[in-house]
Design a binder for this molecule. Structure first.
Ligand SMILES: *[C@@H]1O[C@H](CO)[C@@H](O)[C@H](O)[C@H]1NC(C)=O
Ligand SMILES: *[C@@H]1O[C@H](CO)[C@@H](O)[C@H](O)[C@H]1NC(C)=O
Ligand SMILES: *[C@@H]1O[C@H](CO)[C@@H](O)[C@H](O)[C@H]1NC(C)=O
Length: 476
């Protein structure tokens, strides 16, 4: 404990250091997420976060509107050792600057769904034509407008499990693509940097391959193509292996996908408490070629019983057994085999260059039909041309100065057995978001600097990518 007090004191000194650094935006190359600055591949290690479930979003409150609750929970994110959270809905009329600054300072990224359960804020899966309207588009653009200004916004989900039965598969796929297109066009015209737009799918075998392929294909406008794909997968329950769980088939089915894929939800609770042994598979060479990690469903205990922690009525936290076992699994994880990843990235880059020699886009052109989906009516025209051109009015996100009070939690945390939990009381900043100082230097992985490529660039400089370059190395 003493040690951490001392190191925290040092951290605050470093806040005012001179070196420039910041939470690096993440981008996409081929089917990898890549840190825009270090050029290292980024693997999502995270949890889904929506305290209060769908009723947690109102005109007064959402998961990022209360700085004290954010500090309380981010402290536990740091204890788990995660780098990303997913939030299902926020209210863009509220202020999120402190919570986003706290997340950024802790080195944590956000994948944000643009929809909410409130009226006019989501697509209706059976009658999307009625809900695809100006009010809806204004809502999703406000979310994008505000969160584009935070560098730790990793991406936006255009939708979650909209296609999940025969009726929705008949009516909604083309509308999902319309929303993806509108979001991407909005970002292109209005956002300070490119932010990828994805879709989060229910893993139903009827739609697994066709929907993923349909969402990534291009008809005429490349903006209709999804930038990444999330899968909500609950097929590894209790003690399984890569093979008995069927993860091997997931990898096989998606091995030709052109864009990053990750588990946007995982963590079957049919066997409880959960032991999370799937974590080991997810970050092993069995999967990292195809999957960029995943998000455990979910941080807080809600009626469906997937929680890692229980939020008590007074705001204190009770850790559940699942929290402890997930934390242990994350701690036991060996480092990602970056050497292996570097080779895969190089192969991926070459495949893309080869495709671009033959065709205009590295992505596939759309087929006339996809199994189990009705796409016959085509993608509806946008209703949002003006809004995209002019932009929508909402407060743009910005990082704020954090002081030690904001970083510390005023709530108590209890162990599963009811004893007081002895953890940190304060978020330990790893990035200084204001002056841009790296407080805790992340190990830098050599060999990735030139392992990236530009989808429209013709040649890939290979000489600087020899294998000996890609060994892991700790920075001084
Ligand atoms: C955001 O990232 C860009 C690099 O893409 C960097 O120039 C800028 O300083 C960062 N902003 C903040 C507030 O961290
Ligand atoms: C990709 O390359 C093209 C042409 O060289 C350039 O205009 C574009 O800015 C590059 N994009 C990125 C993301 O580097
Ligand atoms: C990476 O490529 C750039 C040009 O594309 C070059 O200037 C730079 O020296 C290369 N870096 C390394 C480490 O080889």
């Amino acid at each position: 404990m003493k040690y951490s007090v001392i190191s925290r004191g040092l951290s605050f000194l470093f806040l005012w250091g001179l070196a420039k650094a910041f939470i690096h935006p993440i981008t996409i190359h081929g089917h990898y997420f890549v840190d825009t600055v270090s050029k290292e591949p980024f693997f999502i290690k995270g949890v889904d976060y929506q305290p209060g479930g769908s009723s947690g979003v109102t005109s007064l409150k959402d998961p990022l509107s209360d700085p004290e609750e954010c500090a309380r929970d981010i402290l536990l994110f740091q204890e788990l050792g995660i780098n990303t959270i997913r939030i299902y809905s926020i209210n863009p009329d509220l202020n999120h600057d402190v919570c986003m600054s706290l997340l950024a300072a802790a080195g944590i990224y956000l994948v944000l769904d643009v929809n909410s359960p409130l009226p006019n804020q989501h697509l209706h899966r059976y009658e999307p034509w009625a809900s695809y309207n100006i009010d809806y588009l204004e809502h999703i653009f406000k979310v994008v407008e505000q969160f584009s200004y935070y560098n730790n916004t990793l991406g936006f989900f255009a939708g979650n499990e909209i296609v999940n039965d025969p009726q929705s598969a008949k009516n909604s796929p083309a509308y999902v693509k319309a929303v993806i297109r509108d979001l991407k066009m909005y970002i292109e015209y209005n956002s300070p940097r490119p932010i990828p737009v994805g879709y989060s799918a229910a893993d139903d075998l009827k739609y697994r391959i066709p929907l993923a392929e349909y969402l990534e294909c291009i008809d005429s406008n490349p903006a209709e193509s999804v930038d990444f794909y999330g899968i909500n997968s609950y097929q590894w329950c209790g003690e399984q292996t890569f093979y008995t769980s069927g993860y091997n088939l997931l990898v096989e089915d998606y091995s030709k996908y052109n864009r990053p894929i990750f588990f946007s939800e995982y963590g079957c609770n049919e066997v409880s408490p959960r032991i999370f042994e799937e974590v080991n598979s997810l970050y092993s060479t069995d999967m990292i070629d195809v999957f960029s990690g995943g998000l455990v469903y979910e941080f807080s205990q809600e009626p469906n019983n997937y929680g890692l922690v229980e939020i008590l009525a007074n705001g204190d936290i009770k850790l559940l057994k699942d929290f402890t076992s997930l934390k242990t699994q994350f701690e036991l994880l060996p480092d990602i085999n970056y050497n292996y990843v570097a080779n895969s990235m190089r192969r991926n880059a070459k495949e893309i260059q080869a495709k671009l020699k033959k065709q205009k886009y590295a992505l596939p052109i759309c087929d006339n039909s996809y199994d189990n989906l009705d796409i016959s009516k085509g993608i509806p025209q946008t209703l949002a041309e003006d809004m995209i051109e002019i932009g929508v009015q909402v407060a743009r996100g910005k990082y704020v100065d954090l002081d030690p009070v904001m970083l510390s939690s005023k709530f108590k945390t209890f162990e599963p057995n009811g004893e007081l939990h002895l953890g940190e009381k304060s978020i330990i900043p790893v990035v200084d978001i204001m002056s841009g100082t790296d407080i805790v230097r992340r190990p830098h992985i050599k060999g990735f600097n030139n392992c990236t490529y530009n989808d429209t660039e013709d040649d890939l400089s290979e000489d600087s990518n020899s294998d000996s370059d890609s060994e892991q190395e700790e920075s001084p």
